[in-house]
Design a binder for this molecule. Structure first.
Ligand code: TAP
Length: 493
């Protein structure tokens, strides 16, 4: 079986320790690849390569924006040429239905093109400043931050990598990238494309290994100038702590427990379909998932009946066969989700749909969980408070708009939220009150390369995507020029 290796300083290398890890297909439980299992030493070698690339050789950061953009457009084209192959890798490694994986790769191609285009647009400022020190001209430029450490989760292996790599490269940084240790396949394919591109040696480095070793080293190493992370809130907190050593810049895209508020006047079938997309897309392994349905009391019974009907009709199976839902990403994660379902029942929520591991047909050896719906939920319940990261939704009810908003905001998280109503003024009022970084009206989940993505509260800080996604990887330099180079007569003698 082929060994997936690290890509450090322009060469494919195994971990110094020689350790490896089995990579599993969650639909079958089969080993599909062997990945090198790196530790701190490998991470340090990659950081040294990125440091030399940025501060030593400096080719990438000094390259003009148009030349950098041309290379990134070439990378986008190379991804497009391998689009189907990469989508299959994400499906067999993560489990997601193939059509969803294909959508991820299409988004990733556009993400590279978006940042390749953006980096050549005018940016910075020119300031009309006072002449207290003689006539001056003042302007700013955006410069790359330096050596970037980037860490991503397993739920969108390819797309989360590109959300971070494309803007960081566009800005001219040098990077050490660590994907989730259980889903490296499509990231290795991306780095094969990098290896075949004209990117200078050492400006992108890949280290495969665990968060506790490689991830921790990226967060604490003083030669890393910025760490950007997508993952759980708990790990995000530990990264923020570790980053204090050299006060590196930190960007955190963390977990969520997002409210989906549905008023009785909403378009009924529309709200049902979007609620399903909100919680069952990608098996519910979505940071912004609409995992708390908050519905107007008068619509509750009709809504739940229809939601259960639709959820029970969801097809489950191997992602390659394009079912509605594939397996969860791993056995451990499936067990965690099933444990949450058991806790929900113990704490008194009513299970009205699903709740079990799914083992029918060819799913017996995979890590499938049925679409699961709990009603009669309260804000005190564990399943309402904690992120489950699976196809499990809770339902709470409200009678007034104020009550809906209070329930929506009764969470430590603030990643996303939605409101469904045909009353336009109410939609705008409610969405303004939701304390979250991403909100939707009469839809759930659409995400765009052009618009910034990130959370409030314990869902983190910083933004991926959009202009702000580029600014994460830049710092502003002010340049002041004395228009009269002679003495200004400041001192009396
Ligand atoms: P985590 O367990 O937090 O892992 C994310 C990444 O961090 C993995 O690469 C992991 O490595 C690494 N890591 C683990 N411990 C670390 C440490 N001490 N120091 C540095 N890195 C460490 O999350 P997950 O289970 O993969 O993904 C699910 C979580 O990601 C959910 O909370 C979800 O909401 C969040 N998420 C958020 C977003 C956005 S945009 N806000 C998007 C997707 C997912 P290993 O693979 O070795 O564990």
């Amino acid at each position: 079986m082929k060994l997936l290796k690290n890509y450090i300083n322009g060469a494919w290398v195994p971990a110094l320790s020689g350790k490896t890890r089995n990579i599993i297909n969650p639909a079958t439980g089969e080993i599909i690849a062997l990945a090198t299992d790196s530790d701190q030493k490998d991470a340090q070698a990659a950081i040294a390569a990125a440091k030399e690339s940025f501060y030593g050789q400096g080719e990438w950061r000094r390259m003009n924006a148009q030349a950098r953009a041309d290379i990134l457009f070439g990378i986008a084209d190379a991804i497009a040429a391998k689009r189907d192959e990469i989508a299959q890798l994400d499906t067999i490694n993560n489990g997601k239905p193939l059509r969803e994986a294909e959508g991820d790769i299409d988004d990733a191609i556009h993400c590279f093109r978006y940042y390749a285009g953006l980096i050549t647009k005018p940016y910075g400022g020119v300031y009309d400043v006072n002449d207290g020190f003689g006539p001056m001209h003042s302007y700013t430029v955006q410069e790359p931050v330096g050596v970037c450490g980037q860490i991503t989760p397993w739920n969108y292996p390819f797309l989360m990598a590109v959300w971070k790599l494309a803007p960081a490269l566009a800005a001219g940084n040098s990077i050490v990238f660590k994907p989730a240790s259980i889903t490296p396949l499509s990231t290795v394919a991306l780095f094969e494309i990098f290896a075949d591109s004209p990117l200078p040696r050492g400006c992108v480095n890949l280290v495969l290994g665990s968060g506790a070793t490689v991830g921790q080293e990226l967060a604490q190493n003083k030669d890393v100038d910025i760490i950007t992370f997508t993952g759980s809130t708990e790990v995000g907190q530990s990264i923020a702590h570790a980053a204090v050593g050299n006060l590196k810049k930190v960007g955190l895209e963390l977990g969520g427990k997002s409210p989906n508020i549905i008023f009785a006047d909403a378009d009924f079938e529309g709200a049902i379909e979007w609620a399903m997309i909100g919680i069952f897309l990608n098996q519910g392994e979505v940071c912004a998932a609409g995992s708390r349905i908050i519905i107007e009391e008068s619509l509750k019974d009709k809504f739940i009946k229809r939601l259960v009907e639709r959820a029970q009709a969801i097809t489950i199976g191997n992602g390659l066969q394009n079912p509605d839902m594939g397996p969860l990403v791993s056995k451990e994660h499936m067990e965690k989700v099933l444990q949450y379902i058991a806790t929900g029942q113990e704490e008194g929520a009513t299970l009205v749909c699903g709740g079990n591991r799914y083992t029918k047909g060819n799913c017996a050896k995979g890590y499938f969980v049925e679409p699961t719906i709990f009603t009669d939920c309260t804000s005190q319940m564990t399943i309402v408070k904690e992120e489950i990261f699976g196809p499990v939704v809770t339902v709470q009810t409200f009678q007034t708009e104020e009550e809906a908003i209070a329930l929506a905001n009764d969470t430590i998280y603030g990643l996303a939220g939605a409101v469904f109503t045909t009353d336009g003024a109410r939609a705008l009022r409610v969405v303004k009150e939701i304390r979250a970084g991403i909100t939707w009206i009469n839809c759930y989940n659409p995400t765009f390369n052009e618009a910034p993505w990130g959370g409030y509260k314990m869902s983190g800080y910083g933004r991926d995507l959009g202009v702000q996604g580029l600014e994460e990887y830049q710092q502003t330099k002010q340049i002041n020029i004395a228009l009269n180079p002679g003495p200004i007569g400041w001192y009396q003698n």
